[in-house]
Write a protein of this length. Structure first.
Length: 363
């Protein structure tokens, strides 16, 4: 019996309900430039379970052997400066396959733990840049998950979001500088009862989804049965859903490959911007994210052209967290987005609500 067998993770395809959260996560994996997901919801609704399951679902990546930054053997934008220098000197680099990294950021983390730190004594005495990589280095080309992000120190959230947006992490200490790639999908989760995230930070997340406790008794029993079966015999349970896991993994890979061919009509782009303008969304992040999410959804559905239905499904998750909150406003932010969408796209406000929901059955 192998002693190195990896610990079983609850399978992504076995997570019942929470379709909006699951598809938002998949879209960000298909196109990491969407900018991550903020998941707000009740305790015990499967947020952490789904995120860890996502990392386990994804296909492995090829990295330069022994590199602490998960550097790509072929893409210069995903290579550390050390790897690039070795390539420039004509060195042949060995590669190895790794599981997509999934990094948990603890609430008590310091900036040095997050960004990495430089051994100043060694740098000054030996003139060597001795850099100890942090969590951002480990998360390169993977997922970085912050549970209870609304309780994280605001400065750390700023650092996280800057790295997620630029794809690079720079550490400056005592005149010594180290820069390395930090391209990851940022996923934050939190319980609104424990405090809101500042609006200017919330705006930096590409998409926002809300998860609620399942109320249907039949579904609740199904969730309990699934969890009990998994805890009793993880291997047998994983085997029973392996075909679904493989099919979804293949679908994600094909969507990633198809993404570059997906086009979005100029009229749709104009209407997306019109919706953002009507909602008085600050900046242009809302326009950009909606375009990217709609393209990723079309790719996931196996198409190379974005439809109005794709836009309808992603626009609420892409915009609702960017709206200015009026304390006297009774209407939900998502409903406001749908109302303006119907006005701009000349649809009846009585349109089927299912048309505006992200589900893995879409397309």
């Amino acid at each position: 019996m192998s002693s190195t067998r990896k610990r079983r993770v609850f399978p992504f395809t076995a997570v019942i309900g929470q379709e909006e959260m699951k598809l938002a996560l998949l879209l960000n994996v298909i196109d990491p430039r969407i900018g991550g997901v903020m998941i707000m919801g009740d305790r015990g609704t499967g947020k952490s379970t789904a995120i860890r399951a996502l990392a386990d679902l994804l296909p492995g990546i090829d990295v330069v052997a022994g590199d602490p930054y998960n550097s790509s053997p072929t893409d210069p934008d995903l290579q550390s400066s050390d790897v690039r220098q070795r390539i420039e000197h004509g060195e042949s680099l060995a590669t190895e396959a790794r599981q997509v990294p999934m990094v948990d950021l603890p609430l008590g983390a310091t900036e040095d733990r997050l960004c990495g730190t430089i051994d100043i004594e060694k740098a000054l005495s030996e003139g060597v840049r001795a850099f100890e990589p942090g969590l951002l280095a480990k998360a390169n080309r993977g997922l970085l998950y912050v549970d209870e992000v609304n309780l994280l120190d605001d400065h750390l959230v700023d650092v996280l979001l800057d790295s997620a947006a630029s794809g690079w992490n720079t550490v400056e200490r005592e005149g010594v500088s180290v820069r390395h790639p930090a391209r990851f999908v940022l996923i934050g989760s939190g319980n609104p009862e424990e405090g809101e995230l500042r609006p200017q930070l919330l705006d930096r997340f590409g998409m926002s989804v809300e998860v609620r406790t399942v109320r249907d008794p039949d579904l609740r029993v199904q969730v309990v049965d699934q969890r009990t079966a998994f805890d009793s015999d993880p291997d047998t349970f994983a085997t029973s859903v392996q075909a679904n896991q493989d099919a979804l993994q293949q679908r994600v890979i094909e969507a990633q490959q198809r993404l570059e061919q997906v086009s979005i009509d100029n009229d749709l782009r104009l209407r997306i911007s019109a919706v953002c303008g009507e909602l008085d969304v600050d900046g242009l992040r809302g326009d950009i994210v909606t375009n990217r999410a709609a393209r990723a959804l079309a790719a996931f559905a196996g198409r190379t052209e974005v439809t109005e239905e794709d836009v309808a499904r992603v626009i609420s998750c892409s915009l609702r967290h960017r709206l200015r909150k009026d304390p006297l406003e009774q209407i939900d932010s998502g409903d406001r987005v749908v109302k303006i969408f119907c006005k701009v796209f000349e649809r009846s406000e009585n349109s089927d609500q299912a048309d505006f929901e992200l589900t893995t059955q879409a397309g």
